[in-house]
Design a protein. Structure first.
Length: 143
C-alpha cells in the first residue's frame, strides 16, 4: 500500500490535534474547543483594550480643560474619530466571530462569522485530508 505525500507529512495525534511538519517548523492545528477558547480570549482582550482606550480618551478630554493643554485641541473631533475607530474594529471582530459574539463568547456559544466553519470542522477525523490541508495552510498563515 502506498502512502500519499500529504499522508506522509501528517501525524495524527489521538487527542484530535493535527500536527504537520513543514521543513524546520512544526505547526499544530487546534481542535474546535481550542479555537473557541482562543477566540474567547481574543474577545476578552478586545474589551480590555476598548476599556483602556475609552479611559485614555476621557483623560485627554479632561486634560484639554486644564492649564497644560495647548491651543487647538479639538475634543469633539477626537471623540468622533475614536467612535469611528471603535465601530470599524467592532465590525471586524463581528465578521471574525459573529456579531452575536462580539459582547462575549459564553461557554454554550456557537462561534459564527469567518471562524465559525473552522471551529465547527476542526474536530474532523485524522484521515480526512481536505480539512487537514485547509488547517495546515491557515496555521502557517497565522504563525
Amino acid at each position: 500500500m502506498s502512502v500519499s505525500s500529504a499522508e506522509s507529512e501528517m501525524t495524527y495525534v489521538p487527542s484530535g490535534k493535527f500536527v504537520s511538519v513543514h521543513g524546520d517548523r512544526t505547526a499544530t492545528v487546534f481542535t474546535g474547543g481550542d479555537i473557541t477558547d482562543r477566540l474567547r480570549e481574543l474577545v476578552d482582550c478586545f474589551h480590555l483594550a476598548l476599556s483602556n482606550d475609552r479611559a485614555e480618551v476621557e483623560n485627554a478630554k479632561a486634560a484639554a480643560d486644564g492649564p497644560l493643554c495647548t491651543d487647538g485641541y479639538d475634543a469633539t473631533t477626537t471623540q468622533q474619530d475614536f467612535d469611528a475607530f471603535i465601530a470599524r474594529v467592532t465590525a471586524n471582530l463581528g465578521r471574525l466571530v459573529g456579531e452575536e459574539n462580539v459582547g462575549g463568547i459564553g461557554e454554550d456559544s456557537v462561534v459564527g462569522g469567518v471562524m465559525g466553519p473552522w471551529a465547527a470542522t476542526a474536530d474532523g477525523p485524522g484521515k480526512n485530508q481536505s480539512p487537514y490541508d485547509g488547517w495546515a495552510k491557515a496555521t502557517v498563515l497565522l504563525e
